[in-house]
Write a protein that binds this ligand. Sequence first.
Ligand code: FES
Ligand SMILES: [Fe+2]
Length: 435
Amino acid sequence: MTVQLERSSRHGDLGDDLHGDLAALVGRRTPGHSLEAPFYTSQEVFDLDMDAIFTRHWLFVATEAELPEPGDFVTVQVGRTSVIVVRDDDEEVRAFHNVCRHRGSRILDDACGSVGNLVCPYHHWTYNVDGRLLHADNQPPTFDRSRFGLTPVRVRTLAGFVFICLAEEPPDDFDEVAARIEPYLAPYELGRTKVAHQTDMIEDGNWKLVMENNRECYHCDGHPELLSAYFPLHGYTAQDVPPRLRRVWDRFEKATADLQAACVRQDFPVERIRELDSRPTGFMTFHSPLDGAGKSYTAGGEAVCRKRLGSIVDDRFGDFHLHLQPNSWFHLLSDNAVVFTVLPLSPGKTFVRSTWLVHEDAVEGVDYDKATLTHVWSATNSQDSAFVARTQKGVADPGYQPGPYSEVEGDVDAFVTWYISRVRAHLSRPRPSVS
Ligand code: FES
Ligand SMILES: [Fe+2]
């Protein structure tokens, strides 16, 4: 088998055996350093990522707010696999392969919409939104429709968020993780929200660069809009905060104490959980206060929506952060939520969807102004996209060498450590013998 992995600037040519080459590449990862170039640029590592990560783990793919009524659907592309996520007539969220059971035609083309039944455009086999085949023309009397329902994909919801897993044997820790996360999400009642805005971006970078960029605020000087409300202190402690940020730190400590008190008053969990790299479903939760008015992501931290989410009674409720491996992060505020999902398209292209949620009764133009609601994260997304694109250019350059993470990039290291451990586990699985 011919190997197309790029030459590593540190280790020379990789050998002729693809599995061995990938195992060697993974095995020589240097902790505390960015990955070697092929992790970001090679088709073989991209294929490995799809097999080892995206077909084996639970993926955040949609919010329930995108599926308010029976028949509402979204389609999701995970590598070569297209999935229909749809709300059925019993209001359950279902997921199916977007492949007709007749001769395989793609069924739905649109990214979202609403249907009565799922009808294949080719010969019009018609499926209920629960996946059952209802109708197929010109079949013999012996034709058994019950054998040709749509092929299900594992799906589950968690406090208003929809996850799918393509694996035959999903990670066995998701139930436990979900049970630990749910109390943090429950007060926001995300099942009672609506989509105020959604953007899709194709970023010019590998999916891991998108995730690594999200997992640190070392670069947050590049986000002037975000910094009007966000304390750029993630990763620092009282001992190592630099002098230039000392006054910001003092404000942060006071706001943190106020936020903790607000959580305690409302009996919401406040414990920070950081299990990013120690388990298959790596995750992290934490509350952080916002600067200025402390209410939302706007200039000065002012609120963006008159209707608060769920049972939140305090405008100054900061930002509840949830990070999930491999492909998502979430910001929950007192009056809106912004959630992000990442899906790889190719070694150098990544799909990033951002969704803004507000209370289901909030009225645009009355309770919120969409431009104000979306301004900070739209600007931040564009800036992050530019950071990712310039990093992709750099890691694809023969001059690239892996470099060291700073002390405030611990969550980047945790993401990469998690990734390496999952890929390593995948490569060590027994391989089917070829005769
Ligand atoms: S391929 Fe779908 S009805 Fe024929
Ligand atoms: Fe950023």
